[in-house]
Design a protein around this ligand. Structure first.
Ligand SMILES: [Ca+2]
Length: 275
């Protein structure tokens, strides 16, 4: 009996970064508050940044590479990303909250690759921005309209937002862009909104958006989506309003027939696998 209780306590200890909200178990906190730490990859994709480049990316955005302690502090409140990135002092690792077979070797904690002797190795980056203004949230309603911070006023500089949408299993999420105005820049290098067809901001990348052209509707393959909004240290714009609605999964043969009246919807056909 004592062993059982002890084991239960251990399990509880592991589970406490996760919580129930609106009846749904999720890693709620990192999406709302990640302690100023965020994950960055190169504009050209995953694992493309040398140490010097990773450092420059964070500094360009008004912060610096996160220390191991800062990454661990963020992890303790639920920051979970399945991709290795540079930290301060040439260290590489990534934060795992929820143990999984495909990420983190089934363990939780910082998966630590140690201090790298070769600073030309290419990884992602974990930045810490003490001035970062965090925002975002977790939505589980069947429909919702959310806005960039301060809307209809312009958003601010140094913004770090994560929105996570999780609807009932068996449903899909349709994003509809109602208003959109984000600092325009080649390849959206300054401010951008990214959409992911997955639980985190690693898997299922759909697109990065900036400028004032209204993006097409986007429909998820599953019942979760993540949106990430980052702004740099100068030039703001009007921001955005996005509505999502839920739709039942199409019947087995119905894929592609389920188009909307606008006829310009991006269906995600399940090509984005989970790592
Ligand atoms: Ca900007």
């Amino acid at each position: 009996m004592i062993a059982l209780i002890f084991f239960s306590v251990l399990l509880w200890g592991k589970a406490d970064a996760w919580g129930f909200k609106d009846g749904v178990l999720h890693n709620s906190i990192w999406l709302e508050r990640a302690a100023g730490v965020y994950h960055r990859e190169s504009r050209t994709g995953k694992y493309q940044l040398t140490y010097a480049e990773a450092k420059a990316v964070c500094e360009y955005e008004g912060g610096h590479l996160a220390t191991y302690q800062q990454l661990e502090a963020a992890r303790k409140i639920g920051f979970h990303v399945c991709a290795a990135g540079w930290m301060a002092k040439g260290r590489v690792g990534y934060p795992i909250v929820k143990a999984g077979a495909n990420c983190g070797f089934g363990k939780t904690g910082i998966v630590d690759y140690g201090i790298r002797l070769n600073r030309s190795e290419r990884w992602d980056a974990y930045c810490y921005n003490p001035n970062g203004k965090e925002c975002g949230g977790v939505f589980t309603d069947s429909k919702h309209v959310f806005k960039s911070p301060g809307y209809p006023n312009e958003y601010e500089n140094d913004q770090i937002c994560y929105w996570h949408i999780r609807v009932k299993y068996g449903q899909r999420i349709q994003l509809q862009f109602l208003e959109f105005d984000v600092e325009d820049d080649t390849a959206c290098m300054a401010d951008f909104l990214e959409v992911y067809d997955s639980y985190d901001d690693i898997n299922g990348f759909v697109g990065r958006f900036c400028g004032d052209e209204l993006p097409d509707d986007i429909i998820s393959t599953g019942n979760v989506m993540t949106l990430k909004f980052l702004t740099d240290a100068s030039v703001t714009a009007g921001g955005f309003q996005i509505r999502y609605v839920t739709m039942d999964m199409p019947s087995k043969s119905g894929d592609g027939k389920n188009t909307t009246s606008q006829g310009k919807t991006n269906f995600l056909a399940g090509k984005f696998g989970i790592m």
